[in-house]
Design a protein. Sequence first.
Length: 96
Amino acid sequence: MKRSYINKKSDKQKAKDLRELPVKLEILRRAKGHCERCGAESKLPLYPLAVHHKKIGADREEIKSVEDGEALCIICHGKRHNLRLKFSKPMWGGKK
Ligand SMILES: [Zn+2]
Ligand SMILES: [Zn+2]
């Protein structure tokens, strides 16, 4: 039975996620549950903070250190992506 529809992530992506995980957790710990941009408190578990790569256009790049990323609330994260992807669909409603 094929499982490719269930898990679309490539092995490379999975390895990257695994490497990023401790860094992301450290960033979230630094944020202490508050957005690092607007200071809004995240309403867990409904609106968890997203760890976003600070470098413009580098969202798919690996977050290698806590300086590379920032913890953003769902609104700031959406804004960051809208600013960059002006003419494409906003992030609301889930994954691209
Ligand atoms: Zn925010
Ligand atoms: Zn992002």
